[in-house]
Design a protein. Structure first.
Length: 75
C-alpha cells in the first residue's frame, strides 16, 4: 500500500505522546489513524449491501441455515 504524509492538528498532549512513542508504536498509531480517517470519509454503504457481504462471508466459512438456527436456539 502506497502511503503519503499529511499534517493534522492535535492538542499538545497528544503531540507529545506521539513524539514520545517508539517507532513501532508510531507505526501502529499511523495505521489506526489512517483506518479511522478512511471510515470517516467513505460514503456509508447501504445496510442491505453490508448484510449481503456478511452473509456471503458466513457461507464461505461453512455457516449453513441449519447451523444458524441451531446457534440461535442455544441462546
Amino acid at each position: 500500500m502506497e502511503t503519503q504524509e499529511i499534517t493534522i492538528r492535535v492538542d499538545a498532549e497528544t503531540a507529545r505522546a506521539y513524539e514520545a512513542a517508539s517507532p513501532e508504536e508510531r507505526r501502529k498509531l499511523d495505521l489506526l489513524i489512517s483506518l479511522h480517517l478512511r471510515q470517516l470519509t467513505e460514503p456509508p454503504r447501504p445496510l442491505k449491501q453490508v448484510m449481503q457481504e456478511i452473509s456471503e462471508k458466513a457461507r464461505a466459512r461453512g455457516l449453513t441455515e441449519e447451523k444458524l438456527k441451531e446457534l440461535l436456539r442455544d441462546l
